[in-house]
Ligand binder design. Structure first.
Ligand code: ADP
Ligand code: MG
Length: 241
């Protein structure tokens, strides 16, 4: 079986040691996920969602084996992991995490610069194109403080996708947003999934309603996979929560 186009986790465990206390945040997780899909990881607070994204994005370590398109990331050294994070992973965090002293365009340009060898001009062109995709061309020179939460999150989505990642990792991307702003962000993410069959998008949420936009729902409970379900996704515009 070829593993091309597939992200796999085999017996992934993450245990945090707090003094003499142990927290088993991920318990023996084995999963095989196809690119081109939107996978929603659904689980209550504390179920291990963020830990799962962080080990996939190599922000956190774990035991077990993770491969991303044939690259075994659990065997990589420090330098290779930095390269993996910069070039292959796009992150969208709950709290946007834009650089406050860079405007929207510069935030996106910076991520492209770290990930590619494009010329200055090409970097600007690509960043502009992605800001246009998320509906923020007019506001590309605005600083984060001059944008609403939803607009900042759409800049973060443009930044994550503009580097052409293999994995797009979204951690409660609408957690801080109004329903209307949240729907716009989810629509942007869903559109990007449709456009890019070579990307695996994983969105984690505690919100059952939001899970309806996924092609696949992975339910997490106390660090364990409870169920995996394929479904026909509904367009994010049709959601309400
Ligand atoms: P979720 O994102 O689903 O709310 P998390 O992945 O953040 O869950 O956390 C899973 C469990 O691991 C929780 O019990 C949490 O307290 C614990 N945990 C997460 N990160 C750490 C850490 N850095 N140190 C210790 N415990 C942690
Ligand atoms: Mg979390």
């Amino acid at each position: 079986m070829s593993l091309e186009g597939i992200v796999t986790l085999e017996n992934v465990n993450r245990v945090y040691h707090m003094g003499d206390h142990e927290i088993h945040a991920l318990k023996d997780i084995s999963l095989s996920l196809e690119t081109g899909k939107l996978v929603v990881v659904l689980g209550p607070s504390g179920s291990g969602k963020t830990t799962l994204l962080n080990v996939l994005g190599a922000i956190d370590k774990c035991d077990g084996k993770i491969t991303v398109n044939d690259l075994e990331i659990t065997r990589l050294g420090k330098k290779q992991l930095t390269k993996y994070r910069r070039k292959k992973c796009g992150f969208i965090f709950q709290f946007f995490n834009l650089l406050p002293v860079y405007n929207a365009l510069e935030n996106v340009e910076y991520a492209i610069e770290l990930a590619t060898n494009l010329s200055r001009k090409e970097v600007t062109e690509r960043a502009t194109e992605y800001l246009r995709k998320v509906g923020l061309f007019e506001k590309r020179f605005h600083f984060p403080s001059q944008l609403s939460g939803g607009e900042q999150q759409r800049v973060a989505a443009a930044r994550a996708m503009a580097k052409s990642p293999e994995l797009l990792l979204c951690d409660e991307p609408t957690g801080e947003l109004s329903v209307n702003e949240g729907k716009k962000v989810l629509t942007v993410i869903q559109n990007m999934v449709k456009e890019r069959s070579d990307v695996l998008t994983i969105l984690v949420t505690h919100n059952q309603k939001i899970a309806a936009i996924g092609d696949t729902i992975v339910r997490l409970r106390s660090g364990e996979v409870d169920s995996i379900e394929e479904q026909t996704p509904i367009p994010a515009e049709q959601l309400s929560w």
